[in-house]
Design a protein around this ligand. Structure first.
Ligand code: ZN
Length: 284
């Protein structure tokens, strides 16, 4: 979005803050600088004065897809031939974990080491690349942790309930199979793991270094609290299937300020839940 930002934004002068001009990113089709009605000015003033310029950014990928408008979620399957599984696939993610689904407490072996971290604003998410050497083992198969990233609100639901955010830890096996560990973040206290790098998020598409090392193990709830596992897909184009999903049952906390910061930079970036199509959760 940043390349085209000048075509996509409103410039709003706030009468109550006469000396200041605020630039707000606006979702939707490219638009010329727009005269703002008094109603919009009042609404914008409210948002600015309450410190909540959140949800105004629009998540967008450089590959040409986004979460809203003409390249939004409903259009993904038509944007490129290789994205067709987004609309044709029968094993798509995320899903709503149904009432009564069984959570496993064993079978997920995580070996995460502290890693130097690079934090990247990708336009459609904030992603942190992980150094090689941290692994997830499922049924004797080893997956390397590649990166973790965030969605807001959560993509998966538990019995219809959505959380404030969701973190995805993406792993890949030597044969190319992907496995993701998902962690739900519910609004509450500050998340101390996020606090270590949240102020380093680049405001625009690009990378920044985080000083020292981070261990993403600190971001997870106790493994013994259980997890749901099912076969699904990537939740962004190309929506490839064959992804082994492991969603932690117990959420961790995130503060409203932390969620608002993400929203102000990335915007909402959650794909809606997809049909189960007879898939089972946590069957062994
Ligand atoms: Zn994700």
């Amino acid at each position: 979005m940043f390349k085209n930002q000048s075509r996509r934004r409103f410039v709003i002068s706030l009468t109550s803050l006469a000396s200041s001009t605020f630039v707000l990113a606006a979702c939707g089709e490219p638009t010329a600088t727009t005269a703002v009605s008094s109603t919009a000015t009042v609404a914008a003033t409210k948002a600015v004065t309450s410190g909540a310029i959140s949800g105004l950014a629009m998540a967008q990928s450089k590959d040409g897809w986004s979460y809203e408008g003409s390249t939004g979620i409903e259009k993904w399957g038509d944007l490129k031939p290789e994205y067709s599984v987004c609309k044709m696939g029968q094993n798509q993610s995320p899903i709503d974990i149904p009432d009564g689904a069984k959570a496993l407490t064993e079978g997920l072996k995580l070996k995460y080491n502290p890693s130097p971290i690079k934090i990247e604003n990708k336009g459609y998410t904030i992603e942190l690349a992980y150094e090689k050497g941290s692994t997830l083992e499922i049924s004797g198969k080893t997956f390397d942790l590649l990166q973790f990233h965030f969605h807001t609100p959560s993509e998966h639901k538990l019995s219809g309930k959505v959380a404030a955010m969701e973190m995805h830890l993406v792993h890949k096996a030597a044969d190319g199979t992907l496995a993701v560990v998902g962690v739900l973040l519910e609004e509450g206290a500050d998340n101390s793991f996020l606090a270590k790098f949240w102020d380093k998020i680049p405001a625009k598409v690009g990378e920044a270094e985080v000083e020292g090392k981070l261990n993403v193990m600190e971001a997870l709830p106790p493994l013994a609290s259980g997890f749901y596992t099912y076969g699904g897909s990537l939740t962004t184009p190309p929506c490839s299937e064959g992804v082994m999903w492991n969603l932690m049952k117990q959420p961790v906390s995130v503060s409203k300020a932390q969620v608002d910061k993400f929203l102000s930079i990335i915007g909402k970036n959650a794909r809606p839940v997809q049909p189960l199509n007879g898939r089972t959760i946590s069957s062994k």
